[in-house]
Design a protein around this ligand. Structure first.
Ligand code: AMP
Ligand code: MG
Length: 388
């Protein structure tokens, strides 16, 4: 058994960063920017009015101005403004030459071509400076996962095609004679493949392209066929069949097919029988079948590997600090990822930590991390957790 951090390092040493592809901006949300991109223009490209009103040189209550023209968003006033003159202006329009402030329309009365500034005039100037948002050469640094706000910024920078890391192709191979697909009628000794769908969802959220292979039976021929179907994937995630029972054939078949094993068995709970290696140029992670084990290993190992493939920093799953809401007994030799809820008083691990209980995982919003041999802890003691 190796520690979790060792297992993760061994995985990272085999994880390629995937190549860059250019995609349309409309598809960029959630993708990982692969190269810094720079603005090729200033925004705004001219000093612009921030309000509807009148552009003038200067203004004080009681001042009168003759309105000499109009500037609208998209159409500037050709000419300049002098003392005693005003240009009717709207939000987003270029500020005419000579003007140094906008008097908002609420602060004037208008009579034909003449406006008079009322009492209570604000300070203004209601002008957005040229390049006030960004200037030519200003960049968005990579790598970063693109958010709706960054997509808007890219658009504003006139970046129509975005260099991003290719999405990892992930084949999900579940094995077990007892498994049927959701929607099927299970036989009396059968159950529904569940974590298969949980991992598919997790991988989608991470920005990968997961693909479900047909359920494999617990025999070598069926597993070999399933591995054949995984061809072309960057990562093959197997579920089940990875421990040492008579029916646990994933390691054997993968070995026969030439898997170069990185490790087998990690000192963690849940999830000890975790296997990883390289097979036909693809990475392989063999998860235990127990539904919660598979999901926890998904967060602890699969997610960091996907992020690394996408070019994001090679780091363990994000951990945060809080305090214990309830005292906890000493932990054993394996790192324990306890299904827990965040409360006002700190983190509260569920009473039931069996690795088959999806109903407990479903109500958890955190995994409390107990390091190996962590001594007994009191309520209020600082602890780390992985947000779910
Ligand atoms: P295994 O790792 O194959 O020994 O499976 C451990 C436990 O997880 C057994 O109770 C299996 O029935 C169950 N299991 C295996 N694969 C899945 C799956 N894809 N969905 C739900 N349960 C599973
Ligand atoms: Mg099995």
């Amino acid at each position: 058994m190796i520690p979790v951090s060792d297992a993760l390092d061994r995985l990272f040493s085999r994880t390629p960063t995937l190549p860059v592809e250019e995609i349309p901006l409309i598809a960029a949300n959630g993708r990982v920017l692969a190269r810094a991109v720079s603005a090729t223009r200033n925004q705004p490209p001219f000093s612009a009015s921030a309000m509807d009103g009148y552009a003038v040189v200067a203004a004080a209550p009681g001042d009168r101005f003759k309105v000499i023209g109009e500037a609208a968003a998209g159409t500037r006033f050709d000419g300049s403004v002098g003392p005693g003159e005003a240009v009717r202006i709207f939000t987003g329009a270029p500020v005419p030459q000579g003007a140094s402030r906008i008097v908002i329309q609420e602060d004037v009365t208008r009579d034909g071509d003449v406006i008079t500034v009322t009492e209570g005039l604000d300070k203004g100037p209601h002008i957005r400076a040229e390049g006030g948002d960004f200037r030519v050469g200003q960049s968005i640094d990579a790598p970063v996962r693109l958010t709706p706000a960054l997509v808007a910024l890219l658009a504003s920078m006139n970046v129509a095609r975005v260099p991003v890391t290719r999405r990892p192709e992930v084949a999900i191979l579940s094995t077990g004679d007892e498994l049927v697909m959701p929607g099927e009628v299970p036989g009396p000794d059968q159950i529904i493949a569940s974590n298969t769908f949980g991992l598919h969802a997790l991988l989608r959220d991470l920005g990968a392209r997961p693909r479900l292979l047909p359920l494999a039976r617990d025999d070598e021929a069926s597993l070999r066929t399933a591995f054949d179907l995984a061809q072309g994937a960057d990562l093959v995630v197997t579920i089940g069949g990875a421990s040492v029972g008579d029916h646990d054939l994933v390691g054997k078949v993968a070995g026969d097919l030439g898997m170069d094993r990185a490790f087998y068995k990690v000192a963690m709970r849940p999830g000890k029988p975790l296997m990883a290696g390289t097979l036909n140029g693809a990475m392989m992670i063999g998860l235990p079948g127990n539904p919660v084990s598979a999901m926890v290993c998904g967060h602890v190992f699969v997610a960091p590997v996907i992020r690394a493939m996408l070019g994001l920093p090679r780091a363990q799953a994000l951990r945060k600090q809080t305090v214990l809401a309830q005292s906890q007994p000493a932990n054993g030799p394996r790192e324990h990822y306890m299904r827990a809820r965040l409360t006002e008083n700190g983190i509260l691990p569920d009473q039931r930590q069996d690795s088959s209980l999806l109903s407990v995982l479903g109500l958890s919003d955190a995994l409390l991390v107990r390091p190996p041999h962590d001594p007994a802890r009191d309520a209020g003691d600082p602890v780390e957790y992985i947000p779910l």
